[in-house]
Design a protein around this ligand. Sequence first.
Ligand SMILES: [Zn+2]
Length: 49
Amino acid sequence: MCILDYMKARFNGKCQSCGGDIHKGKEIARNTDDIWVHKHCVEELVDLP
Ligand SMILES: [Zn+2]
């Protein structure tokens, strides 16, 4: 899994990685499954050994 794209959330949503809320204005990333998650959630997954 890698980051395809990231941006600031334009609306509130839910992170499919950690299940937490994504608030408007927060940095989010789109993963290879075309799902928006927190930017830090994607990075954590990428950093797994
Ligand atoms: Zn998350």
